[in-house]
Design a protein around this ligand. Structure first.
Ligand code: NA7
Length: 544
C-alpha cells in the first residue's frame, strides 16, 4: 500500500487526488466499504451523484415505499453491536423514511460524510496498466487516482424509462418512482396514470389512489402479490435481538438468504391438499414474509407445487376483487415467485375503489401519449400526471452506465455485450483491482442486501490485506475461472423455474439487454465458497 499518510490523500499540483481506494456509491454498500477500508488504514474517497447518503433509499421516496423483504431489525448492518443497540425500528417492514433515518444515523455515528463527495458523478474510470492504478474523472472536475476501485453502484439504481411514442410530449407532471422528487407531490384533484405493477407500482398505487381524483393503472404483466403483514416491532423483539445479537448474526450467516429464520424444509406435495390449503391460509393471514420463509421448499423447483400455490393466490384475487372482469385482468399467468415476490398493503383491494381503472396492456396496448392524455387501443384517457413505476436496468445497468475502461482501454460495455462475464460476482477479467458489490454473478438481490455487502466487502478487504502482505500490486481473475463461474451461475438458475419467466432478474424488462438469469442463487453457499477460495490462496485469480 503506497500511502505515506494513511488516512489523508496526497494531492499532486491540486489536479489529481491520490487514494488507496475510490468507492463509487454512498448507499448501504458504499458506506460499509468506506468504513471497512478506513478501519484497515487505507485512504479512501467516495463519490456519489446524490446530495446525501442512502443510494436507492435516497432516490426511491415514492408514496408507500418500504422494505419488502423479511425486515427489521435484520435488514440492517450487522458489523457493529453499538449500532444495533442504539437504533430502534418501529415497523417490521420499515418505510423508506425510516430506513433513510437509520442510514443517516450510521453516517453520523461513523463520521462517514467527511470522506464522501456528494453531487459528483464519476464520468470515467480508467485503468493505467503501467501504474497499476485507476484514474477517475468526475462531473465536478475533480480527478482521482487509486489502486483499488470499489463499485458500490447499486443493483437497483439505474431507472428504466419506457420508450413509448409521444411520451416526451406529455405536458403534465411526470415522475419515476426510482427518482422521486424531494418536494411533496400532491395527487389531489388529479387524474393520475401509473405504468408498472412491480413492487414500486404495487406499493404506490394504493397510496396514490387514496388521494387522486382518478387513477388509471396501465398493467403490462399481472402480478402475484402477498399481503405484507407489516406490524410494529414489539419492544420484546427488539430487546431479544439486542440481547442475542451474536446468535442472530451467526444464524444470518448460516442461512441461505441471510435472515435468521428457520425455513420450512418440507415439500408441498408431501402434505395433503387439505393440509396445504390450511397452511397457505394461515400464511396469507400472517403476511407475505411468512410465505417466503414458511412456505414449502420446492415452490420454485416443482411445477406442480408452483401451480398449486399460484391457484391458491389466484383464488385470493377473485375473493378480494369485486368486479369479475377486473379480477380476470389481474390474474397472473406466470410461475409464482419467478418474478420478485411483492408484498402489498391493500393492492388488490384498491381495484374496488370507484376512482380506479385497470387497463390490461396485453389486450389494450398503449398507442401513444399526447400532451394531455394516454391513448390505448380502446380509447383516450385524459390525465394530469404520469407515474412511471417501470423499474430499473437492474443488476448490471449501473456498472454499464459507469462503463469502466480496463486493460488496453477496453470498455466494460464491449466485454459485456453478450453476457455479464465475471468471477464470483466480484471481479472481471481485464479490469484489475476493480471490485463490484452486488454485481451480476453475486447473490445480490437474492440475499439480505446490507449483510451481503458487508460479507463481500470483508472478503475484498482480506484480499487487499493479503496483497499488501505479499507485495502484490494488481489482481484479476483468469478467463477460465470466469467461464467456470458463469456456468455455475447458470446451472443453479436452471435447476429452478426462475429463468422461465421474463423478469428484471433475466434482463427481459430492458430492450436489447442480454437475456439470462445473472444472479447466483445460493447466497449462504456463496459466502462459504468465496471464503474457501480465499483460504486456498485466491484460487482463480492472478496477481502481479
Ligand atoms: P419492476 O419490478 O421491474 O417493475 C416494473 C414494472 O413496470 C413491471 O410491471 C413492468 O412490466 C412494467 N414496465 C416496464 N416497462 C414497461 C413498458 N415499457 N410498458 C409497460 N409496462 C412496463 O420494478 P420496481 O421498481 O417495481 O421494483 C424493482 C425492485 O425494487 C423490486 O423488485 C424490489 O426488489 C425493489 P413487466 O413485468 O416487465 O411486464
Amino acid at each position: 500500500m503506497e500511502t505515506a499518510n494513511k488516512t489523508q490523500p496526497s494531492r499532486e499540483n491540486g489536479s489529481i487526488e491520490h487514494y488507496d481506494a475510490v468507492i463509487i456509491g454512498a448507499g448501504i454498500s458504499g458506506m460499509y466499504a468506506l468504513h471497512h477500508l478506513r478501519e484497515m488504514g487505507l485512504s479512501v474517497r467516495v463519490y456519489d451523484g446524490a446530495s446525501d447518503v442512502g443510494g436507492t433509499w435516497w432516490y426511491n421516496r415514492y408514496p408507500g415505499a418500504r422494505v419488502d423483504a423479511p425486515g427489521s431489525p435484520f435488514y440492517s448492518y450487522t458489523f457493529s453491536e453499538e449500532l444495533m443497540k442504539e437504533w430502534d425500528w418501529a415497523e417490521v417492514q420499515a418505510e423508506q423514511s425510516a430506513v433513510l433515518d437509520y442510514i443517516e444515523f450510521v453516517a453520523d455515528r461513523l463520521d462517514l460524510r467527511r470522506d464522501i463527495q456528494f453531487e459528483t458523478w464519476v464520468q470515467d474510470a480508467r485503468y493505467d496498466e503501467s501504474l497499476q492504478r485507476w484514474t477517475v474523472e468526475t462531473s465536478t472536475g475533480v480527478r482521482a487516482s487509486a489502486q483499488f476501485l470499489i463499485c458500490a453502484v447499486g443493483a437497483l439504481s439505474t431507472t428504466n424509462m419506457p420508450d413509448i411514442p409521444g411520451i416526451l410530449d406529455f405536458a403534465g407532471e411526470c415522475y419515476h418512482t426510482g427518482s422521486w422528487p424531494h418536494e411533496p407531490v400532491s395527487f389531489q384533484g388529479k387524474r393520475v396514470a401509473v405504468i408498472g405493477t412491480g413492487s414500486s407500482g404495487v406499493q404506490s398505487i394504493p397510496e396514490i389512489a387514496k388521494e387522486a381524483d382518478h387513477m388509471t393503472v396501465l398493467q403490462r404483466t399481472a402480478q402475484f402479490t402477498f399481503p405484507s403483514g407489516n406490524r410494529p416491532v414489539k419492544p420484546e423483539e427488539m430487546a431479544d435481538a439486542r440481547e442475542n445479537w451474536d446468535a442472530y448474526v451467526a444464524k444470518m450467516y448460516a442461512s441461505p438468504a441471510g435472515f435468521p429464520f428457520d425455513m420450512n424444509e418440507r415439500k408441498a406435495l408431501d402434505d395433503t391438499p387439505e393440509h396445504r390449503r390450511a397452511r397457505y391460509e394461515e400464511l396469507w393471514r400472517r403476511g407475505g414474509v411468512d410465505f417466503l420463509k414458511g412456505g414449502y421448499s420446492d415452490i420454485t423447483t416443482s411445477e406442480e407445487a408452483n401451480a398449486w400455490l399460484a391457484d391458491f393466490c389466484r383464488d385470493k384475487i377473485r375473493e378480494i376483487v369485486d368486479d369479475p372482469e377486473t379480477a380476470r385482468k389481474l390474474m397472473p399467468d406466470h410461475y409464482i415467485l419467478t418474478k420478485r415476490a411483492i408484498l402489498d398493503c391493500g393492492y388488490y383491494e384498491t381495484f374496488n375503489r370507484d376512482n380506479v381503472t385497470l387497463v390490461d396492456l396485453r389486450e389494450d396496448p398503449i398507442e401513444r401519449f399526447t400532451p394531455t392524455s394516454v391513448i390505448t387501443r380502446s380509447g383516450e384517457h385524459p390525465i394530469d400526471m404520469l407515474v412511471l413505476a417501470t423499474g430499473f436496468d437492474a443488476i448490471s445497468g449501473s456498472m454499464l452506465r459507469l462503463n469502466p475502461k480496463g486493460r488496453g482501454g477496453d470498455s466494460l460495455k464491449e466485454r459485456w455485450q453478450d453476457r455479464f462475464h465475471n468471477y464470483l460476482g466480484l471481479s472481471v477479467v481485464g479490469f484489475p483491482n476493480m471490485f463490484m458489490i452486488h454485481g451480476p454473478g453475486s447473490p445480490g438481490v437474492f440475499y439480505n442486501m446490507p449483510l451481503g455487502a458487508e460479507r463481500q466487502m470483508d472478503w475484498i478487504g482480506n484480499l487487499i490485506s493479503d496483497m499488501k502482505e505479499r507485495g502484490m500490486r494488481a489482481v484479476e481473475p483468469t478467463t477460465e475461472s470466469e467461464e467456470k463461474w458463469d456456468n455455475m451461475v447458470a446451472e443453479l438458475a436452471h435447476s429452478t423455474l426462475l429463468p422461465r419467466t421474463d423478469s428484471w432478474w433475466t434482463g427481459a424488462n430492458v430492450p436489447g439487454k442480454p437475456r439470462y438469469f445473472s444472479v447466483y442463487l445460493d447466497g449462504g453457499g456463496y459466502h462459504q465458497m468465496i471464503s474457501d477460495i480465499a483460504a486456498r490462496g485466491y484460487e482463480g485469480f492472478v496477481f502481479e
